[in-house]
Structures are given as C-alpha cells and as structure tokens.
Design a protein around this ligand. Structure first.
Ligand code: CO8
Length: 258
C-alpha cells in the first residue's frame, strides 16, 4: 500500500517504519496514525517480517499529537469519537516486537508512541517529554500511566507537571530507554538489534513479549505463574528441541517457528 506520512522498508526480516511528516515534526494526526496501524498490521501478517523498527527523523521522532488538528475539537468529538483510542489499541495488539529508534523530540503523543513499543533505543540527541500541561490538557496515551511505571512516580510527576524535557542520558539512567547510541548510528544499531531478535524462534519471541508485558498488567504472583506456564508450554515446540540440541552439539540453532 502507498503511504504519504510514513515509509516502510522490509529487509532481512525487519520492517523499518519511518514517520515522515517533516513539516510538522512528525506530529501524529489521523492520517499518520491510520497509516502506521496499517503498516504494523501488514508487518504482523507478513511472514518475512520478524521484528519491526519504528523511527522518525534526526530532528524528531514525533513532537506529539497534531495540535493544529486537535485545537478546535469539542469534548463530545474527542470523547464520543474516542480520539486516538482505536489506533493505540491496534498498536498494542501487534505481537511481533517493535523497537522505537528515537532521535530528537519524542514529546507528548510522540513519547507515548515510543513507550507503546517494546523497547526504546535513543540517539544522544533524543529529548523526551510530556508537555501537554502547557497546552491546558494532560497526557492521554500513556504519559501518566506507562511513564510512571517505567521511571517512577517522582520523575513522572516532574515531567507531567512541569512539562520539562528529559535528555537521552537521563532517560537511560531512569530506565525509559534501553541504550543510547551516537546519532549517526541510531538506525544501524536499532536494525542490528532487530536482526538479532529476528534470528530467534518466533514462538519464543512472541512468548517473551507477552510475558514481559504481562508484568505491567498483573500481580507478581500471577505474573510469575504465567511466566512459568509459558516456559513449560515452550517444551511442546520443535524449536525447544532444536535450541537445546544445538547448544549441546556446539552449533548454531536453526529455528523453524514450530
Ligand atoms: N502539532 C502540530 N504541529 C507541530 C507540533 C505538534 N505537536 N510540533 C511541532 N509542530 C510544527 C510547528 O507548528 C511548526 O510548523 P509551522 O512552521 O507550520 O508553524 C513545525 O512543526 C516546526 O516546529 P517549531 O517551529 O516549533 O520548531 P522548534 O524547533 O522551534 O521547536 C518543538 C520544536 C520544541 C518540538 C516545538 O515545535 C513544540 O514544542 N512542539 C509541540 C510539542 C507538544 O506540545 N507536544 C504535545 C502535543 S499534545 C499531545 O501529544 C497529546 C497526546 C495525547 C492524545 C490523547 C488522545 C487520547
């Protein structure tokens, strides 16, 4: 499908989705989010894709939801129309891993979109923030919920109440991002991480994603039981036999997603 606000490249089992609204710092509007959901659903359904990288430009991953699009909307329009709700739910339904590769601004809905991904690799220039309070509103796609679980109450309150930006070094220290890399290496590093993931069994990949995400949704006791049962269930796969045999035979495993 032809897209206008994103680009999609598939190579070596990785789909690279690039947000592409350069005139608006990749602000999220209906068209961009609609195209993003379509591209993610296509990647989910494409057997050649085993991992997804979502990125923006050097200047901006995304500077938030499109303020110009939202400014005149009424309460009824955003509430009854469930502004951005279906798109957020669709992104969370993707079962293949999504790595956010963030350079420049990841603000408001942009920071929230990065947090919907499975992990974030940031360039040294990345700036994260929930500045919605400056617009007379507040975070609406996870900035008060996911961010709080990721970096803790004190820092989350600070970000959400003051609207200040967090640089890459602080974001890594706070646990928001998994690693920080030089700006020129961001794509390469994110694609390399995705390539590493793509080598594993898709059954294990999806099980890991479900189990880690479950840890945010449930008690520790329930989460540990879920993890143990999923671990047990992986012994029903051929890939478990292959992975363990390959270790003992001192060779690379050849997973077949079975
Ligand atoms: N929406 C629309 N346009 C934007 C946005 C945005 N979020 N961000 C930047 N732009 C546009 C600017 O208007 C400008 O366009 P133009 O030249 O036509 O005026 C262009 O991008 C370049 O921006 P600047 O000239 O401002 O560039 P600077 O380098 O000076 O500043 C900043 C860059 C710091 C990123 C600045 O543009 C900025 O502060 N942007 C707004 C950041 C923000 O407030 N984001 C939060 C938006 S609200 C939100 O995300 C809510 C999400 C939750 C939705 C919940 C639904 C349930």
């Amino acid at each position: 499908m032809a897209f206008e606000t994103i680009t999609v490249e598939v190579e070596d089992h990785v789909a690279l989705i690039t947000l592409n609204r350069p005139d608006a710092m990749n602000a999220l509007n209906d068209q961009l989010l609609g195209e993003l959901v379509t591209a993610l659903e296509e990647a989910q359904g494409n057997d050649k894709v085993r991992c997804i990288v979502l990125t923006g430009s050097e200047k901006a991953f995304a500077a938030g939801a499109d303020i110009k699009m939202m400014s005149d909307k009424s309460f009824v329009e955003v509430f009854a129309g469930d502004l951005f709700g279906p798109e957020a739910d669709a992104i969370m339904r993707v079962r293949k891993p999504i790595i956010a590769a963030v350079s420049g601004y990841a603000l408001g809905g942009g920071c929230e979109l990065a947090m919907m991904c499975d992990f974030i690799i940031a360039s040294e220039s990345a700036k994260f923030g929930q500045p919605e309070i400056n617009l007379g509103v507040m975070a609406g796609l996870g900035g008060s919920q996911r961010l709080t679980r990721f970096i803790g109450k004190s820092k989350s309150m600070d970000m959400n109440l003051t609207g200040r930006f967090m640089d890459a070094e602080e974001a890594e220290r706070s646990g928001l991002v998994s690693r920080v890399v030089p700006i020129k290496k961001l794509r390469e590093e994110a694609l390399a991480a995705a390539g590493k993931i793509a080598e594993k069994s898709m059954v294990s990949i999806m099980a890991v994603k479900e189990a880690v995400n479950r840890s945010y949704e449930t008690t520790l006791r329930e989460g540990l039981l879920f993890e143990r049962r999923v671990f047990h269930s992986l012994f029903a796969t051929e890939d478990q036999k292959e992975g363990m045999s390959a270790f003992m035979e001192k060779r690379e495993a050849q997973f077949r997603d079975k």
